[in-house]
Design a protein around this ligand. Structure first.
Ligand code: DNO
Length: 343
C-alpha cells in the first residue's frame, strides 16, 4: 500500500512540508478546486500542483475528486459534452503521472453529517450524525452544516425537483453510461477510477443513492467489468450502514479497491455516531480486520487516514486537521506493517 494524505491545494492551511514530515507519507491526494464542475481543468493548473508536490518530495498519483456534473447523473442531453470533458481531464491527469481518480455519483450532496463540531468528553472535536437532528431539518428550506453556502435555496430546490423523475434504476443506467464513456480514456492512460460510496449509504432527502452496499458493487462490476472501474473503500461511509460487513466487503473486492479511506465511527445508539480516532478500539469499525482482509486479498492501492478529530487546540477544517490525521497515519502504518509481515 501507499500511504497518502488529503491536501486541499495552495489554500490548505497545512503546508506540504508538514505532510512530508509524517513518516512513510508517499504523496498527497488533491484536486484543482477553482474550475466549475464539468469544465476541463487547465493543464497549467494541474502542472502547478504537480510541481509543488515534486518540490516537497511528495507524489501526486491520486486525485480526489474530479466531480461529476449533475447533468451526467440526471442523464440530460448535455451529458455527452460533459463526459467528453471528463475524459479529457483523465487524459490530462495521465500526462502528469496520476494513477487513480476518486469520484462519486451521489445526487447533489456527497456527504452529510448533522454536526461538524461535536465535542467529546476529552475536548476533541469531530463530525457526528444524529437521526433526531436529521428529522428536525426543514426539508423545504434545507440549510445543512457544511453545505449552507454551496447552493441558494432556489438552486437547491430546482435541483431536487429535477431528481424527482430519476429512479434508482435510472441513476444506475446513467452511471453505467458515464463509465462506458470514460473507460477508453482510462484504457489509454492506465488510470483507475475509484467510486466513493454514498455517505451515508442510504437515500437522503428523497434523492436516490446506488453505491452503499455489497449488491450495489456486484451490479456495478457486472455492468462495467473493465478493470479500471474500481472502488474507493471508505469505511466511514460504508460503516454508517450497520447492514454492511466491512471486512467481508474488503476481502471480496480487494482487487477492485484502488483507494481506501480509513475512518473510525463510534455508534452511541443504533443510528447515531460520531467520528473518532482511527484505532479499532476507538469505535465500531474493525480497522484491523479490514486491513487484514485488504492485505490478504492482494490490495495494492493507496490509503489515506480519513476524517480525524480536531485535537490539541487545532481549529482545522472539520475532519481534515493535521494532528489527528497524522496520528491516524502512524497507526495505520503500524497496522499495515504488522499485517503485511504476518501474511
Ligand atoms: C468527505 C469526502 C468526500 C469525498 C467525495 C469523493 O470528507 O470523503 O467529499 O471526497 O465524495 O468524490
Amino acid at each position: 500500500m501507499k500511504m497518502t494524505f488529503r491536501w486541499y491545494g495552495e489554500k490548505d492551511s497545512i503546508p506540504l512540508e508538514y505532510i512530508k514530515q509524517i513518516q512513510n507519507m508517499s504523496g498527497v491526494v488533491t484536486a484543482v478546486y477553482d474550475t466549475p464542475v464539468g469544465e476541463v481543468w487547465e493543464l497549467d493548473k494541474i502542472k502547478r500542483l504537480k510541481e509543488l508536490c515534486d518540490k516537497a518530495g511528495l507524489e501526486m498519483e491520486v486525485i480526489e475528486s474530479v466531480p461529476v456534473h449533475e447533468d451526467i447523473k440526471l442523464g440530460k442531453p448535455s451529458r455527452d459534452r460533459l463526459i467528453a470533458n471528463y475524459a479529457e481531464n483523465i487524459r490530462n491527469l495521465g500526462k502528469v503521472g496520476v494513477k487513480c481518480i476518486c469520484y462519486n455519483f451521489m445526487p447533489v450532496f456527497d456527504w452529510f453529517r448533522t454536526n461538524l463540531h461535536y465535542v467529546q468528553p476529552d475536548g476533541s472535536v469531530c463530525l457526528s450524525y444524529s437521526e433526531a437532528d436529521f428529522n428536525k431539518l426543514d426539508k423545504h428550506n434545507l440549510r445543512l452544516p457544511g453545505w449552507d453556502e454551496s447552493y441558494t435555496s432556489e438552486e437547491l430546490n430546482g435541483l431536487l425537483a429535477e431528481y424527482k423523475s430519476v429512479t434508482h434504476e435510472k441513476l444506475f443506467e446513467n452511471l453505467v453510461y458515464f463509465l462506458n464513456g470514460i473507460m477508453p480514456a482510462c484504457d489509454e492512460t492506465g488510470i483507475n477510477m475509484a467510486i466513493h460510496p454514498d455517505d451515508p449509504p442510504w437515500d437522503i432527502f428523497d434523492l436516490p443513492r446506488i453505491v452503499g452496499k455489497e449488491e450495489d458493487y456486484d451490479r456495478l462490476f457486472k455492468a462495467v467489468p473493465n478493470k479500471h472501474n474500481g472502488i474507493t473503500f471508505c469505511t466511514g461511509s460504508l460503516g454508517a450502514g450497520r447492514f454492511n460487513d466491512l471486512p467481508k466487503m474488503a476481502a471480496k473486492y480487494a482487487n477492485r479497491i484502488y483507494f481506501a479511506h480509513l475512518r473510525q465511527l463510534k455508534f452511541t445508539n443504533e443510528t447515531d455516531f460520531y467520528e473518532n480516532g482511527h484505532q479499532t478500539s476507538c469505535g465500531n469499525v474493525d480497522i484491523y480486520e479490514i486491513a487484514k482482509a485488504l492485505v490478504k486479498g492482494g490490495f495494492d492501492g493507496y490509503i489515506r487516514p480519513d476524517h480525524g478529530r480536531n485535537i490539541w487546540g487545532e481549529d482545522g477544517k472539520p475532519g481534515y486537521g493535521l494532528y489527528d490525521r497524522a496520528l491516524g497515519a502512524a497507526y495505520l502504518n503500524g497496522l499495515f506493517e504488522a499485517v503485511e509481515k504476518n501474511k
